[in-house]
Ligand binder design. Structure first.
Ligand SMILES: [Mg+2]
Length: 216
């Protein structure tokens, strides 16, 4: 494999789901649907499941059905004290910086949230670019168009020369089918759509040595 670019998901990939932040974001999404849209808490789980399956994210479903404002939604759901969940990650920073290829964030989240998370972890200088929900608009992972858009933005011509790390099998599957080298982060066990599986991002170097093999 000749590598060209490495794409990283953000949430629950660069930090562990177990830190509790993503659960808080989920709760704020419910709060948004209840307070802003007047939906009952009983109706929300089924709606969110429906939007997740049919639109990729709750945001895209709410845009389709309620015409909500994307920026206002994102500001609301990410309004959290990040210091409680994230802290500087000097070891991770060294690992990322040692990967000898361009590194990009590829996320369904938005640029403000990405920059705040990276800056709390002090790894913002580890990335050459960010593909966020605005850049993907109107698509998002796992829609195929989102992967094509990410490749174009990163000037990465061939998915066979790209690696992609994500905590979601659903997001890895289209990438794997398109030819990306895929890494499942944070879940135990193998999966056909994952070329490698690691428990957490800190074991990347041992778990995925392919990212350090220099091209001929
Ligand atoms: Mg994720």
């Amino acid at each position: 494999m000749n590598l060209h670019t490495v794409f990283f998901d953000l949430d629950s990939t660069l930090y562990p789901e177990s830190n509790g932040m993503w659960e808080k974001i989920r709760q704020r999404i419910d709060l948004y649907m209840h307070k802003r849209l007047g939906l009952s808490y009983e109706a929300i789980p089924e709606l969110r499941h429906d939007y997740f399956v049919n639109y990729g994210t709750t945001l895209r479903g709410l845009q389709a059905h309620f015409g909500i404002d994307q920026q206002e939604y994102l500001d609301f759901v990410h309004d959290l004290p990040l210091d409680e969940y994230l802290h500087p990650e000097p070891q991770l920073r060294q690992i990322l910086l040692s990967i000898p290829y361009p590194r990009w964030i590829f996320t369904n989240s938005d640029l403000d949230h990405v920059q705040r998370v990276l800056s709390k972890m002090e790894i913002q200088d580890c990335f050459d670019g960010i593909v966020d929900v605005w850049a993907l608009d109107p698509y998002c992972k796992p829609q195929r168009e989102a992967y094509q858009r990410a490749l174009e933005l990163a000037r990465a011509p061939d998915p066979h020369e790209c690696a992609f790390l994500d905590d979601s099998i659903r997001n890895l599957t289209p990438a794997h089918e398109a030819g990306f080298f895929t890494v499942l982060v944070g879940q135990n066990g193998a999966h056909p759509a994952a070329d490698r599986t690691i428990d957490n991002i800190h074991v990347l170097r041992d778990g995925v040595p392919e990212l350090w093999i220099e091209n001929d």
